[in-house]
Design a protein around this ligand. Structure first.
Ligand code: PEP
Ligand code: MN
Length: 306
């Protein structure tokens, strides 16, 4: 069943490119790091939106929580210098208000924010009446309606430059990926809202560099509309998410390695079968993970008996 959302391109004035590329560091760390990363990305010529995290949602206290308000002029300046529009994460109405004062008007809502309808509503109210674009990440838990609900709250506040970002779902068991893709969820979102762009964030799905290519290719094979890839001028020295960030040159190499197919015909075999293949591959991996956790528990009992 298709529902209706009135959607305008994320970048005002023209239809969004496919795939749209969003790149930039997990966190804005210093003016030098923000400007150097943005200039290198501009030099590579692949980035449509420059991302940088300003207030970082850290799982436990005691580590870098973002540069905060100080980072806003750095990011605004990077956008001016490169001509690439900038996007930041907002997680509180105050974030939205001060970002707008710095002429930043593309935002994303993070996975930990989207789980909370009260907060999403407060953010929608804070943005109401402003010409902004908002990209809504999936909630950390695999709840499609919670994700849709957040998009609808923004839509009902008159925000029509909207997109979704698929960043995977958290899990407890040990697995090669940081967050489970659960591809059936973004596929189902695309089916319900045919005109809503859905981007994939392979960085937060993978948690490491080695699997980025695989996940990015799968996203394109499933006709996702863009990619958000965390990119840092010196990834190993990054203050957050160092293991998953790439440098701007590696981003270009990654993008060059991807096969970008033109959209499949609606009823073609590939259009129908690619989502099913993705689900089967993921279930196979889950089976292996479950068997390996079971094996570890059995082995631990064996050791206790020794
Ligand atoms: C991020 O994009 O840096 C981030 C914190 O993402 P998520 O909300 O997907 O964890
Ligand atoms: Mn990150």
């Amino acid at each position: 069943m298709e529902e209706r959302l009135y959607i305008k391109p994320i970048l005002s004035g023209k239809a969004d490119k496919r795939p749209l590329i969003i790149a930039g560091p997990c966190s804005a760390e210093s003016e030098e790091q923000v400007i150097a990363t943005a200039l290198e990305l501009a030099g590579e010529g692949r980035t449509d939106i420059f991302r940088a995290g300003v207030w970082k949602p850290r799982t436990r206290p005691g580590s870098f929580e973002g540069a905060g308000e100080d980072a806003l002029p750095w990011i605004a300046n990077a956008a001016l210098k490169t001509g690439i529009p900038a996007a930041i994460e907002i997680a509180a109405p105050k974030h939205a208000e001060i970002a707008l004062k710095h002429n930043i008007n593309i935002f994303w809502l993070g996975a930990r924010t989207v789980v909370n309808p009260f907060l999403v509503q407060d953010l929608a109210d804070a943005l109401k009446g402003n010409d902004v674009a908002v990209m809504v990440k999936n909630p950390v838990n695999p709840d499609l309606n919670l994700w849709i609900g957040a998009i609808e709250r923004l839509h009902d506040a008159g925000i029509h430059r909207l997109a979704a970002i698929h960043r995977g779902f958290s899990h407890f068991e040990s697995a090669p990926l940081r967050n489970k893709p659960l591809w059936e969820i973004p596929i189902s979102l695309k089916r319900q809202f045919k005109n809503l762009p859905v981007f994939t964030d392979p960085s937060h799905i993978c948690g490491n560099r080695s699997m980025l290519q695989d996940i990015a290719q799968k996203a394109l094979d499933l006709e996702m509309d863009g990619l958000m890839v965390e990119t840092h001028c010196n990834p190993d020295a990054a203050l957050t998410d160092a293991a998953q960030q790439v440098n701007p040159q590696a981003l270009s190499a990654l993008l060059n390695s991807l096969t970008i197919r033109s959209a499949y015909a609606e009823q073609s075999f590939e259009h129908l079968v690619a989502p099913l293949r993705a689900i089967i591959d993921e279930k196979d991996q889950e089976l292996l993970n479950v068997l390996s956790s079971r094996f570890s528990a059995v082995e631990a009992i064996g050791k206790l008996k020794d």
